[in-house]
Design a protein around this ligand. Structure first.
Ligand SMILES: Nc1ncnc2c1ncn2[C@@H]1O[C@H](COP(=O)(O)OP(=O)(O)O)[C@@H](O)[C@H]1O
Ligand SMILES: N[C@@H](CCOP(=O)(O)O)C(=O)O
Length: 294
């Protein structure tokens, strides 16, 4: 038996749509794998009632199939599904890492990320790596065919409004093309995010997260987005963006501003008539094997 802690992740970071992602220090899933002749999945915890146990419909089942192994999978969900915090990715990544250990597959992080992304395809229709990559590698990651991981530990606040948005629906809201000017603005902003991570400059990271393509298309799906975003920026956030496909919002800020930003997020959504909760976090490590047994 292998037990893995798989962290929540926040993908995109605005200008890095489908490419950037960060692992968060909390919340997390716990996945437990035991060798078995056929794959079975049991789910409990946050939003378990919305998560299929059919291996063909659960990200974990597709990951095991793509690795050519079977196992009994027990999931304790700490990452609420359809919130924009990589819930489906946490299961996919956690199971990939656990299977690698359980069957001594000797796979690299890039190979595990590829396998986990096949799981994401079951759910959102596309094998995007920007959740599973930071979930496996930890820190801040830049992913296309390959993944580059960076140590990062900047502070964030996450606001979770009482809204549900599936990644598949949010991807359907995107424009089919962008202008040359939008392309160059996005490349510039995304470059500032990477530079800010490398220079440990939270102002630069926050400013670089600005995006007027994906964010503009998805903001209408999140009631209270404008009020919450403006309130968080006024309270000291250096940048605010939709976390993944939403509805969660992610603010980057200095450590000392986290309580004010969290309070501002909730007040901003409240003023728009939307219940929400906010939690303080920071960029953290990737999947970790927490238990080995028979
Ligand atoms: N192991 C899993 N964990 C969470 N969601 C899963 C899993 N397998 C399949 N799903 C489906 O994926 C959806 C959540 O994924 P998604 O819409 O991408 O949101 P997010 O990954 O941000 O939580 C849920 O509707 C759920 O039915
Ligand atoms: N790049 C993807 C990220 C989805 O993240 P999730 O946490 O909402 O699953 C997208 O924006 O569609």
């Amino acid at each position: 038996m292998i037990e893995v802690r798989a962290p929540a992740t926040s993908a995109n970071l605005g200008s890095g749509f489908d490419v950037f992602g960060v692992a968060l220090d909390k919340p997390a899933d716990i996945v437990r794998l035991t060798k078995a002749e056929r794959t079975s999945i049991s789910v409990n915890g946050a939003g378990a009632e919305y998560i299929p146990e059919d291996p063909k419909k659960n990200t974990a089942g597709e990951v095991l199939r793509s690795l050519g192994v079977t196992a009994r999978v027990e999931m304790d969900k700490g990452v609420r599904p359809s919130s924009g915090l990589g819930s489906s990715a946490a299961s996919a990544a956690g199971v990939a890492v656990a299977a690698n250990e359980l069957y001594d597959l000797g796979l690299s992080d890039d190979e595990l990320i590829h396998a986990a992304a096949q799981g994401e395809k079951v759910v959102s229709g596309e094998a995007h790596k920007d959740n599973v990559a930071p979930c496996i590698a930890g820190g801040f990651t830049v992913s296309d065919e390959r993944t580059t991981a960076f140590d990062a530990d900047f502070h964030v606040v996450v606001a979770l409004p009482d809204i549900v948005i599936s990644t598949r629906d949010a991807r359907g809201a995107l424009p089919s093309s962008v202008s040359i000017q939008q392309r160059s603005e996005t490349v510039a902003n995304a470059s500032h995010v990477v530079a800010g991570v490398l220079k440990d400059d939270v102002e630069m990271v926050g400013a670089g997260m600005y995006d007027d393509v994906v964010e503009e298309a998805r903001a209408p799906l999140i009631e209270g987005y404008d009020e919450a975003r403006d309130a968080a920026l006024d309270a000291g956030a250096t940048g605010v963006t939709i976390s993944g496909a939403g509805p969660a919002l992610l603010a980057v800020c200095e450590r000392e501003d986290k309580p004010d930003v969290a309070e501002a997020f909730v007040e901003g959504f409240w003023n728009a008539g939307v219940e929400s909760r906010a939690f303080q976090a920071r960029v953290g490590d990737g999947c970790q094997v927490v238990k080995r047994g028979r």
